[in-house]
Ligand binder design. Structure first.
Ligand SMILES: C[S@@+](CC[C@H](N)C(=O)[O-])C[C@H]1O[C@@H](n2cnc3c(N)ncnc32)[C@H](O)[C@@H]1O
Length: 291
C-alpha cells in the first residue's frame, strides 16, 4: 500500500485558522503536514470548501485533479439513488434475497462507498469495511455530514432510513472476517468484495475517484486471502465484482469456483453460494460460527 498522504493546509481566507485546522487533522491522523516535507507528497488529505456550500468536506487532493470527497446527499450518488435502476440492477440482484427480504451485507472493500450506498438505498443493511485510513476517514466524514443533513428541513424519511442502514469501520477485512463473532442483530449474511483491479494502461478516462484510489492503495494483491475469509464468514453468499473479462480470483482449491455469475456491460458479479459449495464438498465446514 502506498503511504503518501500529508495534511493539506486548507484554503481558508484566514491563514491562522487554516494552519490550526491542518494541525488538528495532522494530529488526528498522525500524518505530517504537507509543507513540512522535503518532497511534495503524491496525495494530500485536507478540508475542501466550495463557495456554494458552507460545510467543509474531508477530501483527497492529487496533483492535476480536483478534490475527491464523498457526498451521499447530493451529486452522483444521490442521482443514482433516484434514477439508478432500482432493485433490478445487477449489483442488487447479485445479493439475492432471504425469505423475501434483502440480506445484511458486509462490504469488505468499501472504497468510496458507492456500491454500499446503492445497496443501503434499496434496503440492505451494510457494514462498510475499509483498510485505507484516508479512505475510511472520507467515509466517516460523509456519514457525519449526512447525519447533520438529516437534521435539516431538506431531509426526508427515506434518507434517514438509508443512513440508519450504513456503518463504517476502519479495518482490514480479512482480519475482521477471521475474528468476527456472531452478531444476532446483524449477522454476516452476504460478503461483497470489489477489490482494486490492475488498471489497463490504455484506459485514459478513469474517473477522478478511481485515479486517487489507484495512487493511494494500488491494485489489491491479496484478494484470494480476503475471498477465503469471506467464504468462511458469510452465511449465505459471497459476491465478487470483477471487470467483465477478468479471470476469477484463484483460490488454493481450483475447484472452488463461482456457483453462478451475473453480467452487466462492463462488469461481472461472481457469486459463491455457501450452501452449494458445502453440498459439493468444495468448502469444508471448519467452524461452527456460521450455524
Ligand atoms: C475498487 S475499491 C472499491 C470501490 C467501491 N466498491 C465503491 O463503490 O466505491 C477497493 C477498495 O477496497 C479496499 N480494500 C481492499 N482490500 C481490502 C481489505 N482486505 N480490507 C479492507 N479494505 C480493502 C481498498 O483499500 C480500496 O479502497
Amino acid at each position: 500500500m502506498i503511504d503518501a498522504i500529508a495534511i493539506q493546509t486548507c484554503s481558508l481566507a484566514d491563514p491562522k485558522l487554516a494552519q490550526h485546522e491542518a494541525q488538528a487533522l495532522s494530529q488526528l491522523h498522525q500524518l505530517p503536514l504537507a509543507n513540512s516535507l522535503k518532497t511534495p507528497p503524491k496525495i494530500t488529505l485536507g478540508w475542501h470548501r466550495n463557495t456554494k456550500d458552507s460545510s467543509p468536506k474531508l477530501a483527497l487532493f492529487q496533483t492535476n485533479s480536483g478534490a475527491v470527497f464523498i457526498d451521499f446527499v447530493t451529486g452522483k450518488k444521490a442521482h443514482r439513488r433516484h434514477y439508478g435502476g432500482g432493485k433490478n440492477q445487477p449489483l442488487v440482484r447479485a445479493m439475492g434475497k432471504i425469505e423475501n427480504r434483502l440480506p445484511y451485507v458486509v462490504d469488505a472493500t468499501a472504497g468510496m462507498g458507492g456500491d454500499s450506498f446503492v445497496l443501503a438505498s434499496l434496503g440492505c443493511h451494510v457494514l462498510m469495511l475499509e483498510r485505507s485510513m484516508a479512505v475510511s476517514a472520507l467515509l466517516k466524514d460523509a456519514l457525519l455530514r449526512g447525519e447533520a443533513f438529516l437534521k435539516t428541513e431538506n431531509s426526508d424519511s427515506e434518507l434517514h432510513d438509508i443512513f440508519a442502514r450504513l456503518q463504517v469501520i476502519h479495518t482490514d477485512s480479512t482480519h475482521f472476517l477471521h475474528h468476527q463473532t456472531i452478531n444476532h442483530a446483524h449477522p454476516i449474511e452476504v460478503v461483497y468484495m470489489d477489490p482494486m483491479y490492475p488498471e489497463k494502461k490504455k484506459k485514459a478516462a478513469t474517473k477522478k475517484e478511481m485515479k486517487v484510489l489507484q495512487t493511494l492503495v494500488g491494485p489489491d494483491q491479496d484478494s484470494q486471502h480476503l475471498l477465503q475469509a469471506a467464504l468462511q464468514a458469510a452465511r449465505y453468499r459471497v459476491v465478487v465484482k470483477r471487470p467483465k473479462n477478468a479471470p476469477i480470483i484463484q483460490l488454493d482449491n481450483p475447484k472452488l469456483v463461482p456457483t453462478t455469475q451475473i453480467f452487466s456491460p462492463n462488469t461481472r458479479y461472481d457469486i459463491y453460494v455457501i450452501k452449494a459449495l458445502h453440498a459439493s464438498g468444495y468448502l469444508p465446514l471448519i467452524s461452527n460460527t456460521r450455524l
